[in-house]
Design a protein around this ligand. Structure first.
Ligand code: 13P
Length: 272
């Protein structure tokens, strides 16, 4: 596949700035954060063609966030951090894709490394979650990324593209085209250790090439590939200059309104 042009602004692929709140903020705190975020973005005149903004609150906050966003017609999307592989039934503690769809979730994060590590989620499980999301019209954000040992061995591109292959199993090329992948090297999550822009580009380009080989050029051109791992206002602009980085999945910094708002306006940030 031909090397793509550096993108600014992108035609076709609108970058996505996704705030993964993890297990933080109750429903009242969630409403306050979303109100402030919307105000900050409108005050600073965020260019919506340069980035779509989405937040990923804990399940119990979603209804409150939905009511606010829909009621005030805020230009912020929202989604969940996880979903059950099952449609419905006796699965205590689980939340189904149809429930998330009913709440208006546009996205769902699947296969985050914290779920892979603490809850034993496998690529096969992640693929089932991506499938159930698509069945209900929700776009999965499929997370992949290597740990420190793999990075030190230098096999991170092969490791990550294998994860991608298995985690997208069972999706059609059209579904893959609409999906989002988040490359989050585990060693860079919550550590303050960011992959360099070229580290991020190496793996994101490898993923896009993998999609090209398996699902064809159209899917490779439209799928969005995010980078995640200690993204901040100070490093986002350089990451976003990379041709295969289509946005960021942001953890800690998404809980700070000013910081996340600046990340969403990466196009105004200095390249450091
Ligand atoms: P941090 O931005 O806190 O490193 O978290 C990244 C992440 O895991 C987002 O899903």
């Amino acid at each position: 596949m031909a090397k793509r042009q550096a993108k600014a602004p992108v035609e076709g692929r609108i970058p996505l700035m996704a705030g993964n709140w993890k297990m933080n903020l109750n429903h009242q705190e969630a409403v306050v954060l979303v109100q402030k975020l919307a105000w900050t973005l409108s005050d600073k005149r965020h260019d919506r063609t340069r980035a779509e903004v989405a937040v990923f609150p804990p399940y119990v906050d979603i209804r409150s966030v939905q009511t606010l966003i829909d009621g005030d017609d805020l230009p912020i999307a929202f989604g969940a951090q996880n979903v059950s592989v099952h449609e419905s039934g006796a699965y205590t503690g689980e939340v189904s894709a149809s429930m998330l769809a009913k709440l208006g979730c546009s996205y769902v994060i699947v296969g985050h490394s914290e779920r892979r590590e603490h809850y034993g989620e496998t690529d096969e499980w992640v693929a089932l979650k991506a499938q159930v999301a698509h069945r209900h019209g929700i776009i999965p954000i499929v997370c992949v990324g290597e740990g420190l040992a793999v990075r030190r061995e230098g096999t991170h591109v092969a490791f990550t593209t294998d994860q991608v292959k298995r985690s997208l199993e069972g999706l059609t090329a059209e579904q893959v085209a609409q999906s989002v992948i988040a490359y989050e090297p585990v060693w860079a999550i919550g550590t303050g250790e960011t992959a360099t822009p070229l580290d991020a580009e190496e793996v994101c380009a490898g993923i896009r090439n993998q999609i090209d080989r398996t699902y064809g050029g159209a899917a490779a051109e439209s799928i969005r590939i995010l980078y995640g791992g200690s993204v901040k206002a100070g490093n986002v602009a350089a990451l976003m200059q990379q041709p295969d980085v289509d946005g960021a999945l942001v953890g800690g910094a998404s809980l700070d309104v000013e910081e996340f708002s600046a990340i969403c306006r990466y196009y105004e940030m200095p390249v450091m």
